[in-house]
Write a protein that binds this ligand. Structure first.
Ligand code: MG
Length: 383
C-alpha cells in the first residue's frame, strides 16, 4: 500500500464522510480551462492554495477593515479579518458535515475585491464607474480570480473551480463579465452560505473588539444591547472580578461561540426539515438554509444596529472615510486624464477591457498605503 494518500482517496472519503447535501470535490463541475488534477490535493484545496499565493491576497494586509493601517498595529486589517472569518467557516462547515475546504477557499477569496479604505473607496468607484458598468467588491473579487491575477501562460486569472467561483459570486451575476460564470441558482451551495455568515460573525465581533480598544465604543453604552448585556453578566458570574481587558476579550470569545453554535444548531434543524438530497437540491430551494434561530437573529440585528450607529458612523470614522473618498476619487480622475501614468502591464489591458475598467481595476487593487503615497506624490498634500 502506498504511503502517499492520493486525491482520488480523498475524493472517495468525501463521499463517505460529508453529508449528501455537501459539495464534493470529486463531483466538481471543473475549471474554465481544462487542467490535469493534482496527485494529492483536491480541487478545492488547490483553489485555496492558489488564492493564498495570489498577489491580491498579500495586499489584504494593507487594506482597511474599519481602521486605516496607520491608525495602529493592533487593529484588524482585511487579511486578519479574512483569516478569522475562514477559521470560523471551517469550524461551522465541519460540524455540519459540509466541505470545509470549499468554505475556506470561498472565505479566503471573499474580500479580494475590496478597494483601499473599505466601503468608502468602493462608494467612490461605484459612482465614478456608473456609466461604465458600475463597481462592486463582490464582482471585483471575481474579476481578480478570473482575470486580474497574472501567473499562468495560457489564461488570465487563477482558473479556480466552478464551485469556488459560485461562492465568490454569491448572488448570481447581474453584470457583464468577460468569461462564463456559473449558472444562477436560487441560492448558492451551503458552503458559500456558511462563508457569508462566517464573514458576518467575524467582523461583528472584531469590530466590537477594535471599537472598544480604540475608545470609539464605550462598554457602558453596549449595556443597552441585550446580547452584549446578557453575555457580560454570564462572563462576570463565571470569572468574578477580572481586569476590563480580560472581561471584554472573554465576552467576545463567548459572543463568537454563541453565534456560531446557534448558526450550526438552527441550520441543522432547517436541513433536517428540508432534507435536501444533494447540493443541487440546496441550490434550488428559494430561501437560505444556513441561518440563525429567530431569537438570535433578532439579538444580532440589535448589536449590528448599535455598531452602525456608534462605530461605523462615528465622527472619526466618517472623517477618515471622507479623506479616503478624496484619495480614491482624485487618483481615478488623474488616470482618466492621463492614462500614460498607468504601469505598462495595466496599460496592456486597455484594448480588451476598456480604459475606465482598467483604471478602476488598478485603483481598486491599491493598498491603503500605496494609494496615500501615490496621492501625495501626485497632489503634493496629505488629505
Ligand atoms: Mg469580509
Amino acid at each position: 500500500m502506498s504511503m502517499v494518500r492520493t486525491r482520488e482517496a480523498f475524493e472517495h472519503e468525501e463521499f463517505d464522510r460529508l453529508a449528501p447535501f455537501a459539495v464534493k470535490s470529486g463531483a466538481s463541475r471543473g475549471r474554465l480551462h481544462a487542467e490535469s488534477e493534482h496527485p494529492y490535493r483536491t480541487a478545492f484545496q488547490r483553489d485555496r492554495d492558489r488564492i493564498v499565493h495570489s498577489l491580491a491576497f498579500r495586499r489584504l494586509e494593507y487594506k482597511t477593515q474599519v481602521f486605516v493601517y496607520h491608525e495602529g498595529d493592533h487593529y484588524r486589517n482585511r487579511l486578519t479579518h479574512t483569516l478569522e472569518a475562514s477559521q470560523i467557516a471551517r469550524t461551522i462547515a465541519r460540524s455540519l458535515r459540509l466541505n470545509e475546504e470549499l468554505a475556506e477557499a470561498v472565505v479566503l477569496a471573499h474580500d479580494l475585491g475590496h478597494t483601499p479604505f473599505g466601503h468608502a473607496g468602493e462608494r467612490v468607484l461605484a459612482q465614478l464607474m456608473k456609466e461604465h458598468g458600475g463597481f462592486d467588491h463582490n464582482r471585483q473579487s471575481l474579476r481578480i480570480v478570473d482575470l486580474l491575477e497574472d501567473r499562468y501562460p495560457h489564461w488570465r486569472g487563477l482558473n479556480l473551480s466552478c464551485e469556488t467561483r459560485e461562492g465568490i459570486l454569491k448572488h448570481g451575476c447581474h453584470w457583464d463579465h468577460p468569461v462564463p460564470v456559473p449558472d444562477a441558482t436560487a441560492q448558492p451551495c451551503l458552503e458559500a452560505q456558511v462563508a457569508d455568515f462566517s464573514d458576518e460573525i467575524a467582523y461583528t465581533n472584531h469590530d466590537l473588539d477594535d471599537g472598544l480598544r480604540s475608545g470609539l465604543l464605550a462598554s457602558e453604552a453596549l449595556g443597552a444591547v441585550a446580547l452584549w448585556r446578557d453575555t457580560e453578566r454570564d462572563v462576570a458570574q463565571r470569572l468574578g472580578d477580572v481586569p476590563e481587558r480580560i472581561r471584554h476579550a472573554q465576552i467576545i470569545v463567548s459572543l463568537i461561540n454563541q453565534l456560531a453554535t446557534d448558526l450550526v444548531d438552527a441550520t441543522a434543524e432547517r436541513l433536517a426539515a428540508a432534507d435536501p438530497a444533494s447540493a443541487d437540491d440546496v441550490r434550488a430551494i428559494p430561501q437560505r438554509l444556513v441561518g440563525y434561530s429567530p431569537e438570535t437573529d433578532k439579538r444580532k440585528r440589535e448589536l449590528k444596529r448599535f455598531l452602525y450607529r456608534e462605530l461605523y458612523n462615528h465622527s472619526r470614522v466618517v472623517a477618515s472615510n471622507q479623506r479616503a473618498e478624496v484619495v480614491v476619487g482624485d487618483l481615478f480622475c488623474a488616470y482618466r486624464d492621463d492614462v500614460s501614468g498607468l504601469p505598462v502591464q495595466v496599460h496592456e489591458h486597455i484594448s480588451e477591457d476598456g480604459e475606465a475598467r482598467v483604471i478602476a481595476d488598478y485603483v481598486a487593487g491599491m493598498t491603503d498605503r500605496f494609494a496615500i503615497e501615490e496621492h501625495r506624490r501626485r497632489f503634493g498634500e496629505t488629505v
